[in-house]
Design a protein around this ligand. Structure first.
Ligand code: GTP
Ligand code: MG
Length: 464
């Protein structure tokens, strides 16, 4: 949570983390800031997946409760074998960790403060707890909280990267055959329209989200070794400042793939900085030439040097891909979401299908960093996908998680499979663009573009 700092001391944080293993804590709620009330707690903590409460009392104890389940205010007792209550007391080397009593519920999911039976937090909508050792959890009250029932502070953290789904949400084979099959699908792809030989896919997204790295990664996967044709990196501003249209070869010296990846300057929250939405519209219509130097002060004009007046279907964008860093989703501000919404409106008007590429899944979830196969099993990645899908108004099925190559020296089969799966989906969506043209409304749709006289003769469908 931006701008709100944790009350955990370094020592307390270390002890708390030692209860979980390799996880990350994300502060959701801080009572002194949001209010010592059940409503404020539920407002921030419901439907967040695994969470841990940290309560601080005047006796200097930090203690609380962990649950792997959501708070939903369903009114039912919740059984959670992974739940525990704990205390991390200064001076004590080891944290106190108390698992639930077998057969008893972990907590009652009601609209009051979190009720773990033995410990009820925000009791009576006050900065206080109710302590009843033996109800659900058994402990000695002096060891847990020193008998001090008032609270100076209470925080709730989402525990990220802690759990895996029993079954993956998408079925994938992580084998060499699967990789070959995906590569063949890309190689053999033919746009539905005869005059178009390559699907043109536009990558747009915030500064540093991994647009240029995605092109580099796809190019590397096909070449069979690491390449970095597009300059990638981190800086306060967008590293990419030119519009680039990249072709990709199927192997070193091989034939060109039927795909062009268009890389853009990153956009920023500030309306005056980063890529301009009007530039995106011009790109989508095919008016922007390769290597056009973006200018944050003004969008491209008809008389700009990089402006292409006469365009055909070949020049247009056939699929827009929003690129978002999975590890920064909770930091996306409303202004950024508004930019996405504006681009989405324009793309819809132009009939261009859209996908969402969620990069840096390795940075977002430690379980995925350990083994990329966990990408479809990570509870946290599923949650981030859902959040993004809702925030951007894009169906969950259109969210494509990937890990780009960033500092590796060698290719990795699982990384390639995830990257290639995303490319195949982009090509499928580009086909939807061509299919949409083949409708009654074709004239209306093309009228949305300028120079529609140049387009009409080129719309002839490839025989399938
Ligand atoms: N760990 C990890 N790092 C990544 C991933 N994708 C990109 N990066 C790193 O993130 C940084 C930014 O990546 P870029 O590809 O330059 O991002 P961009 O969207 O092109 O950024 P701008 O051109 O500045 O808008 C680089 O340091 C990359 O190495 C990923 O999937 N995982
Ligand atoms: Mg870039």
């Amino acid at each position: 949570m931006f701008g709100i700092t944790s009350a955990l001391s370094e020592e307390q944080q270390k002890k708390l983390l030692s209860l979980f293993g390799r996880v990350r804590l994300h502060l959701l709620y801080k009572a002194s800031k949001h209010g010592f009330t059940a409503a404020a707690f539920h407002n921030r903590c419901d439907l967040q997946g695994p969470t841990v409460i940290v309560a601080y009392n005047p006796a200097g104890f930090a203690f609380g409760a962990y649950t792997s389940k959501d708070y939903t205010q369903c009114g039912q007792p919740i059984y959670d074998q992974e739940a525990f209550v704990y205390s991390i007391t200064a001076g004590e080397n080891k944290p106190l960790r108390v698992a639930g009593i077998t057969g008893q519920s972990a907590f009652t999911d009601v609209g009051t403060g979190p009720n773990f039976g033995a410990l009820v937090f925000l009791h009576g909508d006050q900065p206080a707890i109710l302590s009843s050792p033996g109800v659900g959890f058994n402990f000695e009250a002096p060891a847990m909280h020193g008998g001090s029932l008032d609270l100076n502070e209470m925080e709730v953290y989402r525990v990220e990267g802690v759990s895996l789904l029993a079954e993956p949400c998408r079925d994938t084979q992580w084998t060499a055959e699967r990789k070959q099959h995906l590569m063949k699908s890309v190689n053999d792809y033919k746009p539905e329209i005869k005059a178009v030989h390559q699907a043109r896919v536009l990558l747009v997204g915030p500064v540093g989200s991994g647009k240029s790295s995605f092109f580099n990664s796809i190019s590397s996967a096909f070449r069979g070794n690491m390449t970095s044709q597009a300059i990638a990196g981190t800086a306060g501003k967008s590293v990419t400042t030119q519009f680039r249209t990249y072709t990709i070869k199927a192997g070193k010296g091989g034939k060109l793939l039927p795909l062009i990846l268009c890389d853009t300057m990153g956009f920023e929250e500030n309306a005056e900085a980063g890529l301009d939405i009007e530039d995106i519209v011009s790109i989508c219509k095919g008016h922007v030439k390769d290597r056009y130097q973006f200018s944050p002060s003004a969008p491209i004009q008809e008389n700009s040097p990089g402006y292409k007046k006469h365009v055909t279907l070949t020049d247009m964008i056939h699929c827009v891909v929003y690129v978002v860093d999975a590890s920064k989703v909770s930091l996306l501000k409303q202004k950024m979401l508004d930019k996405f919404a504006a681009i989405r409106r324009k793309s819809n008007q132009l009939g261009i299908p859209q996908l969402l590429l969620m990069t840096k899944v390795d940075e977002a979830c430690p379980l995925v960093a350990q083994d990329l196969k966990n990408v479809y099993r990570s509870v946290y990645i599923q949650k981030v996908s859902r959040d993004l899908s809702e925030a951007l108004g894009i169906p969950l099925s259109c969210v494509l998680p990937v890990k780009n190559y960033s500092n590796e020296l060698d290719l990795d089969q699982k990384t390639d499979i995830l990257l290639l799966t995303a490319v195949v989906q982009m090509l499928n969506y580009a086909d939807n663009f061509f299919e949409n043209l083949d409708t009654e409304g074709i004239k209306d749709q093309l009228d949305l573009y300028r120079s529609n006289d140049h387009l009409r003769p080129s719309i002839e469908h490839n025989a399938v």
